[in-house]
Structure formats: C-alpha cells, structure tokens
Design a protein around this ligand. Structure first.
Ligand SMILES: [Zn+2]
Length: 404
C-alpha cells in the first residue's frame, strides 16, 4: 500500500481536531504494522508527526493494548530506543460469509493473522435464521478468545437494494430485499457490523492474505453463488457510490439467451457461475449435483463439467478484456468456491484472451491468475473490514455503506 505520510489525506483531514487525532492513531498503527516494530523517533520520522505527538499517541495505544513494547534495539551509541509492535492479542475481528447454502466464519487478530476458520452448512438464510447463526458464532468466538472484539464484517451476495433487479434469484439470499442488513445485524449482535458484497470482500481477502498482497491494483472475479467483480485500487477496495460496483454477473453477454431471475436474458452469471454448473450437473442427472466431489468429477474429466468449462471460458474471456479496458488493472485474479484445479483449467481454456489495453509484451504478471486463499477468501476479507477501519488510514471511507 503506497501511503505517503504528509500527503493530501492529512492536509484535508487536519481541520477537524477529533478526526485528525483519530487519523493520526491509524497512521501510527499502520506504520508500525507494516514495519513489524519501530521506536518512537523512527515512527515520528515516517509519519511526519512531532516527537511529542508520537509520544502521546504511542502511550495511548500501549494503554489500550493495541501496541506493545518489544524491548530495546541496540543501535551503537546512547540509550537504545524502545521498540513497539502491534499487539496481536490487543483486539480481534470476526468475519462471516453468508452464502446461499453455507456460512464461513473467521477470526483475525490485530496483526491480521487468521486465528480460526470454520465452514458450516446452512439450510435457511432468512434474516431471523442468519441472526441466530451469527449470534451463536459470536458466543463461540467470545468463549474461545479473550481479546476485545473490534467489530464484525459480514459478506453476502449483492447487489444491494436494487429495484427491478430482484433479490429473489437462486444466487442471492431470500428475504433480504429492502433490508438494511448492517443496521439490523448491528442491533441484533450488539457489535458494530459492516456489510459488504462477497466479491469486494474477496478482493480485500486476496489483497491481505493471497495473490494480491504485493499488487495494489487488481480485479478479482469471484465465484460465489453468483459471479461478481471486486476491485482493489491503490491498495483499497473500490466499492462504487452504493456498494454495488463490479456487478458483472448481470451483464448480458448472450442477447436472447437463458432467462435470468433478474428479468433479463443471457446474463453472464447464467453461464459462468457455480450455480450454472450445478444446474448443468443436475439436468444431466449427475447424483453429485451437491458438489461433494467436484474435484473428483474434474479428475475423471467428466463431460458435463468439461462442457461447462468451455462455455464459462467462452463468455468470461471477453469480460476479462472489458475489465482490463475499463480499469487497467495489474492483473485479474480468479477465485471463489471452486477447486483450484478447476479454476486453473478455466484459465487455461480461456487461452488467448481478446486484445485489450493489457496486451503488453513486457507484462510482469499474467493477465489472469488464480487466487490463493481458496474457499475462505470472502470470509477473511469480511473479518479484515473492521480491522482496516482501525489500522489503515486509507480505507476509512471503504468500510461504511452509504445510506440514502
Ligand atoms: Zn441477470
């Protein structure tokens, strides 16, 4: 992440003393987190804040257990400076991914390390049941970890609050249309809850823990129940004005094609999605349309799976070129709820992608690559959302959904 201390962020935020104090705390936490451990003078140099301001902020953060002393650094002359590091046990965040048929739960410590990951099948995803599941999980996490909880990030398939594009399709959660999920869940859990769509959260997860960790601008095509695009720009998620940026699943790629629950025909999601694959397998009478052994079907090169791979690749390749032309990313990462081998084969079957602004001969990264965080990407990203609010100065606008 290319945060430059003393850049416009601080200047524009400096007018309001409360906001500026809060901002400076995040700058300090972020600098320490990224360097591992630092002394006060070093922090002051890196943040362009005064030694006195740093002394106050560091004392405060140590008092709150967010920073800890890690000893003195031998530097040759004089009294060696005390070093400070982020205290992993100072706080934790919880991430929940709600999908149409399962729930993934994760816990991150303050240093961003995953402390637990669990996946559970879920039959009923109505608001009442989702609240019950999350509250039960919250109790389990509270019993297992002693650190104070900073907040809960919840991901659900989008799009959010769109009229006409109904939320009753098989790839969204029934019963959640026109509900302010963040408010409802915050009230029900008694903890701050941030809600994000699955593709954006997956992009954040991949940025923190996977293929995107050294890439500051990428697109992430995410195979959840539907198909979404998450975008990371300058190290931060790009969400759009209403949290729905990247809704590529409902772009019509086959005019007059298969009917989609959104009301259109030929949406990308009707071809290139886990749901479309499941439909194909069920239609063909494959007993395993519940996906218990997708990797096995792939290993035996099952013809129905091969057919889906061809179809998905055909419709996905032009979409990738379009994403490149619009966003000019460093790369496009493919990830989500499919075994690695299937994603690798999908990439291979796209073969020579259509020409776009990304068709450079001296590329550092391939145009398309597989994500590295597997099934847990979106849940890890969800847990990272409240963490970012506390430790990352750049993302302060990224974690709150705009309300109208
Ligand atoms: Zn559609």
């Amino acid at each position: 992440m290319a945060f430059q201390p003393g850049s416009t962020h601080q200047v524009t935020l400096g007018k309001n003393p409360e906001r500026s104090r809060d901002h400076n705390r995040r700058v300090v936490l972020d600098v320490v987190r990224r360097h591992g451990s630092l002394g006060r003078m070093h922090i002051a140099r890196l943040t362009h804040l005064t030694a006195q301001a740093i002394a106050n902020i560091v004392d405060e953060l140590v008092g709150e257990n967010l920073l800890m002393e890690t000893g003195r650094l031998r530097s040759g002359r004089g009294q060696p400076p005390i070093q400070f590091a982020v205290n992993p046990d100072g706080a934790m965040t919880m991430g929940i991914e709600m999908a149409a048929d399962h729930m993934v739960s994760t816990v991150l410590d303050l240093s961003g390390q995953p402390r637990s990951k669990r996946i559970m099948p879920v039959r009923d995803t109505s608001p009442k049941q989702v609240i019950a599941h999350i509250r039960a999980e919250l109790e389990t996490v509270r019993a297992a970890f002693k650190s104070p909880l900073l907040g809960i990030g919840v991901v659900m398939p989008g799009p959010f609050e769109i009229e006409g594009m109904t939320s009753v399709g098989p790839t969204t959660l029934p019963g959640w249309a026109n509900i302010d999920a963040a408010n409802l869940l915050t009230e029900a859990c008694g903890e701050p809850v941030t809600v994000e769509n699955d593709a954006n959260a997956a992009a954040v997860g991949e940025r923190l823990f996977g293929a995107g960790h050294s890439i500051s601008g990428f697109g992430m095509i995410y195979f959840g129940a539907g198909l979404g695009l998450g975008m990371v720009h300058d190290g931060a998620p790009f969400r759009g004005a209403f949290g729905n940026a990247g809704e590529i699943g409902h772009v019509v790629v086959a005019p007059g094609g298969r009917a989609c629950p959104c009301g259109q025909h030929g949406c990308l999601e009707r071809y290139a999605s886990v749901h479309a694959l499941r439909e194909k397998l069920c239609d063909a009478g494959i007993a395993d349309c519940d996906f218990t052994d997708l990797a096995g079907l792939h290993a035996e090169r099952h013809p129905v799976l091969m057919e889906w791979l061809d179809e998905a690749a055909t419709y996905l390749a032009p979409m990738i070129a379009m994403i490149e032309n619009i966003l000019d990313p460093e790369t496009v990462i493919l990830g989500g709820m499919l075994p690695d081998a299937i994603i690798d084969e999908l990439i291979a079957r796209m073969g020579q992608l259509p020409i776009s602004v990304a068709s450079r001969s001296r590329r550092v990264l391939p145009r398309v690559m597989r994500g590295q965080t597997g099934q847990y990407t979106a849940a890890l990203g969800a847990a990272a959302l409240p963490l970012f609010e506390v430790v990352t100065p750049k993302l302060e606008t990224a974690a709150t959904r705009p309300t109208e």
